[in-house]
Ligand binder design. Structure first.
Ligand SMILES: [Fe+2]
Length: 462
């Protein structure tokens, strides 16, 4: 159990000549910083009081063998009544960061870089990795309190993409591993008490980064990016690669169901890291996701394939599944108003991916942007700032925590400026994304390219 990141990332004989993750804003930063004097351009909405924290890899030795392989680093900004009180970046203090792992000891679930995402649930702020236990973080200063394992009931790995039911507060999640049971489904109540631990039968070890939840179902993705012993032997970064012989299938299970209740649907071959949202419509379970035709074909450094927003439909009566592209532009890091997780929705948000420069050699010349999708009209409204300003994942913050229109709120993102080599925390009006940021909190440092963040309003914090 608990195959941790350190044990699956190895030295790499097959690295690309251009290690894109050691260039431009993919490079790690060297210092942990605390800044309490922050210059603000524009106006921070006064109703925003809370903490935004984003995770990402930041190799402390300077040489990560894979883009995903660095130590977890949190970048947080605290807002209070329209003021930016502080910015901090802190490593997640794990045994991997402390260089206490390796040698001949078997990897433990604590031995994770914890570098992928951030969760606030059960009155705990947690850093999550692809593998291993969550790490509890102090929201006051982003220091690491220690690993958390649901009072011993978390059997091993926990995904970086759990979902919180917006009505009940229940946490639905899973862990996957390269040894049996390859997939374990779990639920915890609003307070963080484990309710269910359910091994799910799989044909072997697939990479399963995310999953989908609707009001009544969860959806597991079994796709052709597979664990490969050959890749282990070859030292190919992460030992997962595309396997043409493995079918793509999505398993739909009632949220309180068991392995025996999983209904598997054959899907045309594809790979998905991230799901935008999922919901039910009549007999159909719908999953909107960033769909790749394929990924990691040569090895796990082979990121450079475009993903497109696509809708998967699984009919629970007929057993038939279909998929259709719902927007043509390449994209990643899909987000929604999280109060509509599991429910029908109209608006989604993502990063814009520049296909022209989507190679390891050119990626640092690529432009990006933030795109808002209106899934009712099929139209998009995008902020496209050109090649010098590069946003990260845009997280939606409701203007009114007690309700309001679906897009009444803000998007927040760390935006890197190539000219100054510094970043700004930017806030956008989600009803007018193309208008650009309404507030920019200038940071004294750059925030490297990273992964996922969360907004925790003060009203939600214990
Ligand atoms: Fe992710």
């Amino acid at each position: 159990m608990g195959v941790a990141t350190t044990s699956v990332i190895t030295g790499c004989s097959e690295e690309p000549v251009t290690k894109f993750w050691q260039q431009g804003n993919y490079r790690p930063v060297s210092d942990e910083v605390t800044e309490t004097t922050l210059k603000v351009e524009g106006t921070i909405p006064p109703e925003l009081s809370g903490l935004y924290v984003r995770n990402g890899t930041n190799e402390s030795t300077g040489i990560a063998p894979h883009f995903f392989g660095g130590d977890g680093m949190l970048h947080g900004i605290r807002l209070e009544n329209g003021k930016a009180k502080w910015y901090r970046n802190r490593y997640v203090d794990t045994p991997v960061y402390r260089k206490e792992t390796g040698g001949f000891s078997a990897p433990k679930p604590e031995d994770t870089t914890s570098a992928v995402s951030v969760l606030y649930h059960g009155d705990k702020l947690m850093s999550l990795g692809e593998f291993g236990y969550p790490y509890e973080i102090d929201p006051a200063d982003l220091s690491t309190k220690g690993p958390f394992n649901y009072e011993g009931q978390l059997p091993g790995n926990m995904t970086a993409h759990p979902r919180i039911d917006p009505v009940t507060g229940e946490l639905l999640f899973f862990g996957y591993d390269v040894t049996a049971p390859y997939l374990t489904y779990m639920r915890a109540d609003k307070a963080g008490n484990m309710l269910q631990v359910e091994p799910i039968e799989m044909s072997g070890a697939s990479m399963i980064h995310d999953f989908a939840v609707t009001d009544n179902y969860v959806v597991f993705m079994d796709m052709p990016v597979r664990f490969s012993w050959l890749s282990v032997a070859m030292g190919e970064g992460l030992p997962f690669k595309w396997d043409d012989s493995h079918m793509t299938r999505f398993g739909v299970m009632p949220r309180t169901g068991t392995n025996a209740d999983v209904k598997w649907f054959d899907i045309p071959a594809c790979f998905v890291f991230h799901i935008m949202n999922s919901f039910e419509q009549g007999d159909e379970v719908m999953v909107d996701a960033a769909r790749y035709d394929n990924l990691w074909v040569k090895n796990s450094h082979d990121f450079f394939h475009p993903a497109h927003l696509s809708r998967f439909s699984m009919n629970m009566k007929t057993g038939q599944a279909s998929v259709q592209r719902i927007y043509e532009g390449a994209m990643e890091f899909p987000q929604v108003n999280r109060s509509l997780w599991t429910k029908p929705y109209r608006y989604g948000y993502s990063l814009v991916v520049d296909e022209k420069y989507d190679t390891p050699e050119l990626i640092n010349q690529a432009s990006s942007g933030i795109r808002k999708y209106d899934l009712q009209t099929g139209e998009a409204d995008s902020w496209l700032p050109g090649p010098d300003l590069l946003p990260g994942e845009a997280v939606f913050i409701p203007a009114n925590e007690n309700g309001g229109g679906e897009d009444e709120g803000y998007l927040c993102s760390y935006v890197y400026d190539k000219n100054t080599e510094k970043s700004a925390f930017c806030i956008f009006d989600a009803t007018k994304v193309s208008a650009g940021p309404i507030a920019k909190v200038q940071l004294p440092v750059r925030v490297p390219v990273g992964f996922h963040g969360v907004w925790v309003p003060d009203s939600a914090m214990a």
